[in-house]
Write a protein that binds this ligand. Structure first.
Ligand code: COI
Length: 352
């Protein structure tokens, strides 16, 4: 498919890197591609970043048929690189499947993304810890009131320079173990990156923030016993010499940072398991002095050490509120590969 390109005539002023925060600034260009039943995915184009107008009747506004991805481009010794973009577009297609959205061509999406990032390469910041966040998403655009899969979609990619997702940066975050609300159940949308999952998390997140916590830790939606994931991250615990993360069970997001951490940890010969793990087990391990550390993993969050957990009003401090050894090694090695400061034996980094 041809990719049309229209460059902006009014490049924006780039923000200083020290005020970036996360998700506030957007680069000069965006990618758009349309889908209709008769033409399939068509009319791929890179155009200046701008407002888009839609009829109020388009289906995403009413029935929430929307999915997204998140990945980053890094300024690496003067070059610009992407981290595992194939994984993101494969996962986007899994989300398509879950929400009855027609799949995209993964290779075409990677090639288009490379072109988009290449055009906006000056937007990739180069201060430590900064990157260009990339947000691909698909929305239902058929103007129709009535519940059925839309017959029209738009696939859009926007990008923007970012710093740390949490104000804590790599410093430990406080996590509230959620008892009242649930994020997802097996058979639902939990393993898709559906916008609906994030809408479903807002109320719990707001209440946890009011209590002084950064994020919530979700338990399974049926028994409220087993650990699933943290707000915008997957979660790992170090119990004695075992590094454990909940097994993907149909309601947990299969994180690409999660997968990369598992691959890194296994390559170091460590004892890693993906299994069912109850919150009770974590607290018991803590009592026995076996809970060494815990951390979240995600594209936006990178590696985020957990400094405090609060479950049923029982609050525990982990790693003395400091960054644990495994969290620090993962952070150093993962970001080292992403910024090409350390070797990439896995071939994860893709040059733009
Ligand atoms: C990411 O980590 O990229 C995410 O999509 C999580 C969040 C910013 C919603």
């Amino acid at each position: 498919m041809e990719l049309k390109i229209e460059l902006t005539k009014n490049p924006k002023k780039k923000p200083d890197t020290d005020i970036l925060g996360f998700g506030k600034y957007f680069s000069d260009h965006m990618f758009i591609m349309d889908y209709s039943e008769d033409k399939g995915w068509h009319d791929a184009r890179i155009v200046p970043y701008d407002t888009i107008s839609y009829e109020p009747a388009i289906m995403v506004f009413h029935y929430g048929q929307a999915i997204f991805e998140g990945l980053k481009a890094y300024k690496a010794k003067g070059e610009v690189v992407l981290f595992r973009p194939d994984e993101n577009f494969k996962r986007l297609n899994n989300s398509c499947e879950a929400l009855c959205i027609p799949k995209i061509d993964v290779q075409f999406a990677i090639d288009s993304l490379k072109k988009l990032v290449d055009i906006d390469r000056d937007w990739v910041p180069d201060s430590p810890g900064t990157s260009l966040y990339i947000r691909p998403f698909i929305i239902a655009t058929e103007p129709h009131v009535g519940v059925h899969p839309s017959s029209n979609y738009q696939f859009i990619i926007i990008t923007g320079p970012v710093g740390a997702y949490y104000k804590e940066g790599i410093n430990p975050v406080k996590i509230y173990v959620e008892q009242k609300y649930v994020r997802a159940v097996k058979g639902g949308l939990g393993e898709a990156k559906a916008s609906a999952n994030y809408a479903a998390s807002l109320k719990a997140q707001q209440e946890a923030a009011e209590k002084g916590y950064t994020q919530v830790l979700w338990l399974d939606g049926v028994e409220r016993k087993y650990i699933e994931e943290v707000g915008t991250m997957n979660v790992f615990f170090v119990l004695g010499n075992e590094i454990v993360t909940p097994a993907l069970n149909g309601s947990i997001l299969p994180g690409i940072t999660r997968k990369s951490c598992l691959e890194l940890l296994r390559s170091w010969g460590l004892n890693v398991s993906e299994r069912k793990i109850s919150i009770q087990e974590i607290y018991e391990a803590h009592e026995k002095g076996q809970l060494k550390e815990a951390f979240g993993t995600g594209t936006a969050a990178v590696i985020s050490p957990i400094g405090e957990l609060c479950w049923n009003d029982k609050c525990i401090t982990l790693s003395d509120g400091q960054i644990g050894e495994i969290s620090q090694s993962l952070y150093d090695n993962l970001t080292g590969i992403q910024y090409t400061d350390v070797a990439d034996p896995f071939g994860w980094v893709v040059k733009v």
